[in-house]
Write a protein that binds this ligand. Structure first.
Ligand SMILES: NC(=O)c1ccc[n+]([C@@H]2O[C@H](COP(=O)([O-])OP(=O)(O)OC[C@H]3O[C@@H](n4cnc5c(N)ncnc54)[C@H](OP(=O)(O)O)[C@@H]3O)[C@@H](O)[C@H]2O)c1
Length: 269
């Protein structure tokens, strides 16, 4: 792993800061430093959400292969995936990703324990599943065995028997929309109101597209996988487009084995 941008300040142990970037495996601690959330904008740190997305795409824009993202990922991508979870208060995922990727509760990992304790975070992030149908298997460990209760984010018109089933399994039901739909901007606010301000969405594309269209995405961590797949796979963000493309700013760029780990932010601050 080496930092291509910025060249110097992510390669802390470089003997010569003006020299070439170091190419070696980064520790989880170094990755966590590189991907730290920005300091809270409010002095008390409360209520100021930062929504980051983590996605992987092939060179030709496919966000999955054979219905999953694993085939276009790599070991370094999974280390960054784990690091981003290790820094987050909450992992937000669309129900289809949860169903297809077989989501389990987030783990408490020793590598991030001290950092999380110092930041006032619990041992692992909560998982928040966005669903209108509530068509989820509430007997799965994601709902029955998490370290922190899983959140089920749905609309006010969600089926009451499914809401009861979610609660019975131990999940917290969050209403963030009218009828059967969830309002993406309200998801961010509702989670922040619960103290979950360091937010990480892992997609999928239909959910991410709505965060983009609602103008609430602060940061995109996009892995560019050196693969071509053709076909009709989804892009990383789908659904109705925005009227005017929004410009993001490159915050960092890492590379390993031809995979590019980009990080773009809404602001250049
Ligand atoms: N490349 C990557 O980084 C990446 C990341 C994640 C996933 N993926 C891939 O993407 C695919 C799945 O993604 P997807 O885009 O099809 O689905 P998705 O965004 O994961 O989930 C869509 C589902 O989320 C719920 N949902 C989304 N927006 C909602 C709203 N406004 N109100 C209520 N419910 C809402 C609905 O659930 P209900 O149907 O329950 O109502 C909807 O069917 C999989 O192939 C996965 O492997 C790739």
């Amino acid at each position: 792993m080496r930092s291509l941008f910025p060249v110097t300040d992510l390669t802390r142990t470089a003997p010569d800061p003006s020299g070439p970037p170091i190419d070696r495996e980064w520790s989880l601690d170094e990755l966590a430093d590189a991907y730290a959330y920005p300091p809270a904008l409010r002095a008390d740190g409360a209520g100021t959400p930062w929504l980051r997305a983590n996605m992987v795409s092939t060179l030709d824009g496919a966000a999955q292969h054979d219905g999953r993202s694993q085939g276009i990922s790599c070991a370094a991508d999974m280390r960054i995936f784990g690091t981003l979870r290790g820094l987050a208060d909450v992992v937000i995922a669309g129900a289809e990703t949860v169903r297809l990727e077989g989501y389990r509760p987030a783990r408490a990992r020793e590598a991030f324990a001290a950092r999380r304790a110092a930041a006032g975070q619990g041992p692992a992030p909560a998982v928040a599943v966005v669903t209108g149908s509530m068509d989820l298997d509430f007997s799965l460990p994601l709902f029955t065995e998490p370290l922190v209760p899983t959140l089920v984010v749905t609309g006010a018109g969600a089926p009451s028997d499914r809401i009861a089933a979610a609660r019975k399994a131990g999940a917290e039901v969050v209403i963030a929309g009218e009828g059967g739909r969830v309002d993406p901007a309200r998801v961010v606010r509702e989670l922040a109101d619960r103290g979950l301000t360091r937010q990480l969405t892992e997609g999928g594309p239909r959910l991410l597209g709505q965060f983009v269209a609602a103008g609430v995405l602060d940061e995109l961590c996009l892995t560019v996988s050196p693969m071509l797949t053709a076909g009709d796979a989804q892009r990383i963000a789908g659904g109705p487009g925005v009227a005017v493309p929004e410009r993001f700013f490159l915050a960092s760029l890492l590379e390993e084995a031809g995979f590019l780990f980009t990080r773009y932010r809404r602001t250049d601050r």
